[in-house]
Design a protein around this ligand. Structure first.
Ligand code: ADP
Ligand code: FRU
Length: 372
């Protein structure tokens, strides 16, 4: 019996549906209660604010919000619960088509919450966060995923540094097995090794332990300053000593824009692109990181699709970082100077546009305008 419309018309069974490998972001989702104030309040005063809203927040969760607005399939992996605020987070992710199907859902884990004060006069955002419970994602949770479904996995550097390292090593083992299988069998399967990125944002010194395991690292201004660095170049040059051989590092610095260091040591830079009026700087860094991940991932996919094994043009000379023990192969061969330059500009453009918007709504329109 001819079963489908396709078979009746074409006469053969349909080609297998092309599944686009996802970007996975591992970290926090929380409720942000945001108040827009004329200026930052004085202690023990009583005043009205200009605007109030609540929205889904958390770095990894915000990364997914941005990636989904750029219309790329993404997944969030973090702790959720059955509590009503956590249900709000889940409903919001459903609305934006962010997959959260592998998240542990705690019976009564509460819901992490931030109170955020935005100051109209300075553009600052002050965050007071409550984490509700100590549970974090572990290797056991990651092991439930089929890694072939992902092309990029991003970790928000959180308290559970040793769990994150185990997860990064698990991915490294998967990549090594995949590459070995492909070279032994001459297997030209479509699966790509996974690129692993990490964000060092909060000023906890132990986050530095994550650097040797990441192909791509995002170091925030706050983290850099907590290590005594006063600018982006200093940040990149110092952290590259502690990174995996061949890693790419980004340093974003508010209105100074951002810089990145390529695997071969080349440094590229972008100015900031401030909007006409700054109205909401909450999540600027999350937007920058997500935009860069999205951009680089797109380049990675086309690099592997168009790859000609004899083409040396994209190969960069990388000297081995002997400070680092881990140093397995780095999944950054698609990153050259031009790619990195465009990624950093794209990140600054999107982050600049975001701070002119209330929340994240409207970023997909910004992106469409950027393309046209
Ligand atoms: P975070 O949210 O982590 O504090 P940053 O303040 O470092 O992040 O900002 C990340 C990116 O957002 C910057 O690289 C820049 O492109 C953009 N950005 C942030 N603040 C401003 C600003 N005041 N003017 C223009 N761009 C900004
Ligand atoms: C912004 C953010 C907020 C959240 C806070 C957690 O970068 O993710 O959405 O409340 O940081 O630290």
């Amino acid at each position: 019996m001819i079963s489908t419309f396709y078979e009746r018309i074409v006469g053969t069974s349909p080609p297998p549906e092309q599944i686009v490998p996802k970007i996975l972001c591992v970290g926090l989702s929380c409720v942000d209660i945001v108040q827009l104030c004329k200026s930052y309040p004085q202690e023990d005063t009583d005043q009205s604010c200009i605007d109030f809203r609540y929205q889904r927040g958390g770095n990894a969760s915000n990364n997914c919000t941005v990636i989904s607005q750029l219309d790329y399939p993404c997944e969030f992996l973090g702790i959720l619960s059955k509590e009503q605020f956590s249900k709000f987070l889940q409903d919001d992710m459903k609305k934006l088509k962010i997959d959260f199907s592998h998240c542990p859902i705690l019976e009564d884990g509460g819901c992490p919450t931030s109170v955020v004060l935005l100051s109209m006069s300075t553009g600052s955002r002050t965050i007071i966060h409550h984490k509700q419970n100590e549970t974090e994602i572990t290797l056991k949770d990651l092991e439930k995923l089929s890694l072939e479904d992902y092309t990029w996995i991003h970790f928000e550097g959180r308290r559970n540094v040793s769990d994150i390292i185990q997860m990064m090593q698990h991915i490294e083992n998967y990549n090594n097995a995949l590459i070995q299988m492909q070279s032994v069998n001459g297997d030209k399967s479509t699966h790509l090794p996974i690129t692993v990125s990490v964000e060092l944002e909060k000023t906890r010194p132990e986050l530095l332990d994550l650097l040797p395991y990441a192909d791509v690292a995002f170091v925030s201004k706050d983290f850099s300053q907590s290590r005594g660095y006063t600018n982006m170049r200093e940040t990149l040059n110092n952290f590259s000593q502690e990174s995996k051989t061949g890693a790419t590092i980004f340093s974003a610095w508010a209105d100074r824009g951002a810089m990145a260091r390529a695997p071969d040591g080349t440094i590229v830079q972008s100015p900031a692109f401030p909007p006409y009026k700054i109205i909401d700087t909450l999540g600027a860094g999350d937007t920058f990181n997500a935009a860069v991940i999205y951009y680089l991932n797109k380049e990675k996919i086309s690099f592997h699709r168009d790859r000609n094994p004899d083409d040396q043009s994209l190969k960069v000379e990388v000297s081995r970082n002997f400070n680092i023990e881990s140093s397995e192969r780095c999944q950054t061969e698609f990153i050259n100077r031009d790619v990195l330059q465009s990624a950093v500009v794209f990140g600054c453009r999107l982050a600049g546009a975001k701070i002119g918007l209330r929340g994240f709504d409207g970023l997909s329109k910004v992106y469409k305008n950027y393309l046209s």
